[in-house]
Design a protein around this ligand. Sequence first.
Ligand code: F3S
Length: 402
Amino acid sequence: MLAGEQGEAVQLAMEILTKVGDIYGAEKMIKIASAHTVMTPYRDIMDAGVEICEKFAELGAKYSVPTTLDPAGMDLQRWRELKIPEDYAEKQMRIVRAQEKLGGIPVWTCTPYLHGNIPMPGQHLGWSESSAVVFANSVMGARTNRLTAVVDMAAGITGRVPKFGLHLDENRQGKILVKINVKPKTLTDTDYPAIGYFIGKQVADKIPVLTGIPRSVSIDQLKNMGAAMAASGSVALYHIPGVTPEAKNVDKSFQKKEWEDTVELGMRELKQTKEEMCTVRAGEVDFITVGCPHYSIMEIRKLATLLKNKKIHKRTKFWIYTTRHVEMLAKRAGYSSIIEASGAQILTETCMLVSPTDIYGFKTLMTDSGKCACYAPALCKTEVVYGSFKDCVETAIKGSLQ
Ligand code: F3S
């Protein structure tokens, strides 16, 4: 590949991967089962990203392993209705066309593991998107580093990644014991992103081993907790003994049954974390947004149940982000009509952070997402309120926090 025997595009991709491998001291390349790329939203990758996608497409590059696409920088169906500027949309569509030429699987989601890119335990992957990486490593037991934009495309084109970091057994052991001292039965949907947010702040990029998470924890709760942990810290793998495939029990999660440090999280820390996740606690709320990571059909169902026969306040936008596939299911199941009748709206293939929501001039954003709460002040340029999806619905109806 590096010698150019498989063409210029593959050669270029392999040059990128060998450089990354050299930096991290990798001794060889390994085959991957799939890739997932964040070379998708114009808002993040800008003109240079458009050029790179087009360059690979012009060189005739094709993904050699299944490669799914992260969210685009706008709702690809409703961008005109949402008043996305024409020049922005034109650049976004150039990315879409280039990724189509490469053969990217157009799921346009950060939850590829719910949409066909489903790895087996032990498989090596070339994924970026921090929320998906932490899920693939920790819940599915697959092996991927947090790749970056461009490197993820190179992985998809060559079907290879340099073998370092989380591809190696010795780097997948726990480092910090996190004791969650809250009665497992009392943990609710809104606690998991806060737990993730707290742990990310405490451990940074080290591998935490969590005790106190009930076996009844749901896929959605793990999805939302991991996303927050990967945002407030840079966690790419956590262990929950009994849930994480390679973590049979606490002792097996640590090398020689030893850990560097212990962190405890009780009701007091949980309450404090939820407070820290808010920049304001009172006043009007003009933007309520959920679906970071993209909402699953089960989350849409819960929301529809709460929004039935309710009306969103006229000053407030309530946008729910998910995939086109989940939107289709929600329509068929009758959830969409309930949600739309309330004044809330389902948007697809993008999200509040990778589309230009700052153009609307929202002042205060409320969310049930730990990751969104972490990034919204900088990316959406708003104040932030964190709450459960029930709190979000109640606030949306009143239009304010009181
Ligand atoms: Fe997904 Fe956007 Fe959140 S890509 S994880 S919904 S920031």
